[in-house]
Write a protein that binds this ligand. Structure first.
Ligand SMILES: Nc1ncnc2c1ncn2[C@@H]1O[C@H](COP(=O)(O)OP(=O)(O)O)[C@@H](O)[C@H]1O
Ligand SMILES: [Mg+2]
Length: 346
């Protein structure tokens, strides 16, 4: 996987009017747009194979990634990121580096990438575009799925909640136990892809490593604490952001348990469709979301149609511990979800 800045490595094949995209030596046809982010567009693409005897999907197979990520029809997801500053370029390079680190069935792997320079006016700045190629998962994000279910007044069965959550924990466990430990920093339903499978629970895959970083940081001054808060305000979605990233002490040890907070919020969202603190975003009073999070003021639904076992609620409260030092680690959570699965599958 070569990081190249040559215009030859990713370009629109405009000469023959087909508007195909080349990423290094592979050619892709854009089928349709799948999603949109801050500075990114995500497309469904299909590999164009020149040699009819070559099998589509061979690119993913060649990368020796987990079989759960290989499509057998040569389709992929292509993320195109528009880059307008040196800072954005550094961020995308970091997203590429981190996305290439992990090989796990519940983490979306980067298959290939290219960065190209785009020359505007002769004396204007040179901008860049990055193309990131991923396996495609077409059944939407966990957010899309829960929104549809909410509209139909449906809820995941208790056992499915646990099975989805366990897969997220497995992906995150891989990151937290990496050397050095990595934090994802943006765990939320919108960053989890779902694939429905016959006779099996849906597959859940954590994606979007645009905010991921080595997890452990020693904060030694007021200015370092403020810098961390500013970084978090930009990179960690507010309703899922841990208390220590809203108001960081001048002397603090930050670790991967910031993700455990977001994971607790995500378990609530698998059950009830939104973060347990989302209610405070509707409030006009500034700072109400921050205050709800700092005090772990979880709002439980009152309607009985959606009631899950009380152990599920206790599990969430255990993760949503405002003091990071006493919050559980991912290995404890993984162990506990397994115990609950044994209990509720009988
Ligand atoms: N591999 C994929 N398969 C299917 N849809 C995807 C894939 N990757 C991204 N998407 C869609 O594109 C959206 C934005 O992608 P994401 O990587 O999260 O971008 P951003 O960094 O801008 O948040 C996702 O919410 C999802 O709807
Ligand atoms: Mg995202």
């Amino acid at each position: 996987m070569g990081c190249s800045f040559s215009g030859l490595n990713a370009f629109y094949d405009a000469a023959n009017g087909s508007a195909d995209v080349w990423i290094n030596e592979n050619r892709f046809r854009i089928v349709r747009q799948l999603g949109e982010g801050g500075f990114a567009f995500v497309y469904l693409v299909k590999e164009v194979v020149a040699d009819a005897s070559a099998s589509p999907g061979s690119l993913a197979a060649k990368k020796s990634i987990d079989p759960s990520h290989i499509s057998d029809d040569g389709t992929y997801a292509l993320k195109k990121v528009l880059i307008q500053s040196q800072d954005q370029l550094e961020l995308v390079r970091e997203e590429i580096r981190v996305s290439s680190l992990f090989n796990h069935p519940n983490l979306l792997p980067l298959l290939d990438h290219a960065i190209i320079s785009i020359k505007g006016a002769p004396d204007g700045p040179t901008n860049h575009e990055a193309y990131l190629l991923f396996p495609v998962h077409l059944d939407g994000t966990l957010l899309d799925n829960t929104k549809i279910m909410q509209a139909n007044k449906e809820f995941f069965p208790a056992i499915t909640v646990l099975q989805l959550f366990k897969q997220l924990c497995a992906g995150l466990k891989h990151m937290h136990n990496f050397d050095p430990p990595y934090a994802h920093n943006d765990v939320k339903p919108g960053n989890v892809l779902i694939t429905q499978r016959k006779g099996q629970p849906p597959l859940a895959i954590l994606m979007d490593f645009g905010s991921a970083q080595p997890a452990r940081k020693q904060i030694c001054s007021r200015s370092e604490a403020l810098q961390l808060q500013e970084w978090a305000a930009e990179h960690c979605s507010a309703p899922y952001r841990a208390p220590e990233l809203w108001d960081c002490p001048s002397q603090a040890y930050i670790d991967e348990r910031t993700d455990v907070w977001s994971l607790g919020c995500t378990l609530y969202a698998i059950m009830y469709g939104e973060s347990p603190f989302e209610y405070a975003t509707a409030d006009e009073a500034e700072g109400s979301l921050q205050s709800a999070i700092m005090n772990a003021q979880i709002k439980w639904p009152t309607s009985s149609i959606s009631s899950y076992p009380d152990q599920f609620h206790q599990f969430i409260v255990w993760m949503l511990q405002p003091q990071p030092a006493v919050r559980p680690h991912i290995n404890d959570i993984f162990f506990h979800v397994d115990k609950l699965i044994t209990k509720f599958s009988s």
